[in-house]
Design a protein around this ligand. Structure first.
Ligand SMILES: [Zn+2]
Length: 240
C-alpha cells in the first residue's frame, strides 16, 4: 500500500510522534510527571490504535497504515487515545478530524486494499446442509437483476449468529450468511430475503457524505420493496 506523506510546512521542524503525545499528555495531565513515551507502528489489518500506561511508560501502538497521515491527524488520534486512557470525554473536533481522514476516498481505498491483503475472511463453503447459496444467488439474480450481477464469493458463517444474519464485505467482495439460516426449520423465503438484501448492498454501495456513512440509501430502500412477499419474509426472520 502507498499513502502519500504530506509536505512539511516551511520553517518549523516537524514534531515527532513522541513529541505530539508528550504535548497532548501535558495538556490533559499538567501536574503528572511525563512518562517516557514510545510510539510503534504495527501491521494491523485495519486502521487501529491502542495505548497503555504501565510502570512509567506510555506505549502507543498504531496501525502502520496510519504512519503517513498528516500531523494534525496524529494529534487528533493522540487526543482521542489519551482522553480514553484518562476516562475523559473525547473532544468532538478530534473525533471529527480523525474520522474525516479515514473517510477520505484515497485513504479508504488503500485501507480496503490492506484489509484485502492481510485480513482473512472467516466463512465456509456455500453449499450448506439445507441451502446452496450459489444456486440461490443465481435464481435471485435472474428474478431481480436480469441475471446481470457478477457473483461475489458466497459462504456460510462458521458460527451461528442471531444478531447478524447477513453481511456484505466490499473489500473482499464476499457475502456471508449466518449459519442459523441453514436449517430445515428456516423457510426458503427467509433465506432468500437475507441474501437479496445483501445483494442490494452490492448493487447500491454505501454513500459517504463527509463523516457520515449511509448504508441503506434511498435507492437501496426503493429496490428492497421489489422483493416479492417482503412483509412475509420479514415476519419469518422475527421468528428465527
Ligand atoms: Zn443492510
Amino acid at each position: 500500500m502507498l499513502v502519500a506523506s504530506q509536505p512539511l510546512p516551511a520553517g518549523a521542524p516537524p514534531e515527532s510522534h513522541e513529541q505530539i503525545y508528550a504535548r497532548v499528555f501535558r495538556q490533559l495531565r499538567p501536574r503528572t510527571p511525563l512518562p517516557s513515551i514510545r510510539v510503534e507502528f504495527r501491521r494491523y489489518a485495519s486502521a487501529n490504535a491502542q495505548v497503555r500506561l504501565e510502570s512509567g511508560v506510555l506505549l502507543v501502538r498504531i496501525a502502520d497504515t496510519l504512519e503517513g497521515a498528516p500531523e494534525s491527524v496524529h494529534e487528533a488520534l493522540a487526543e482521542i487515545l489519551l482522553a480514553k486512557l484518562f476516562r475523559k470525554p473525547v473532544p468532538a473536533h478530534s473525533n471529527d478530524r480523525y474520522r474525516r481522514y479515514l473517510n477520505r476516498r484515497d485513504i479508504r481505498d488503500s485501507l480496503d486494499l490492506v484489509r484485502q491483503l492481510r485480513g482473512r475472511k472467516r466463512m465456509e463453503h456455500p453449499t450448506g446442509a439445507h441451502y446452496n447459496l450459489e444456486e440461490m444467488f443465481e435464481e435471485l439474480n435472474h428474478r431481480y437483476f436480469w441475471g446481470l450481477m457478477a457473483r461475489p464469493q458466497l459462504g456460510w458463517s462458521p458460527h451461528v449468529s442471531r444478531t447478524m444474519l447477513g453481511h456484505y464485505d466490499p473489500s473482499h467482495n464476499v457475502i456471508v450468511l449466518s449459519r442459523i439460516l441453514d436449517r430445515d426449520t428456516t423457510p426458503r423465503l427467509a433465506v432468500e430475503y437475507v441474501l437479496y438484501h445483501e445483494m442490494l448492498h452490492l448493487r447500491h454501495p454505501a454513500e459517504h457524505r463527509g463523516v457520515r456513512r449511509c448504508v441503506h440509501t434511498k435507492a437501496f430502500k426503493e429496490a428492497e420493496k421489489h422483493f416479492e412477499r417482503l412483509a412475509e419474509a420479514k415476519a419469518l426472520l422475527k421468528k428465527l
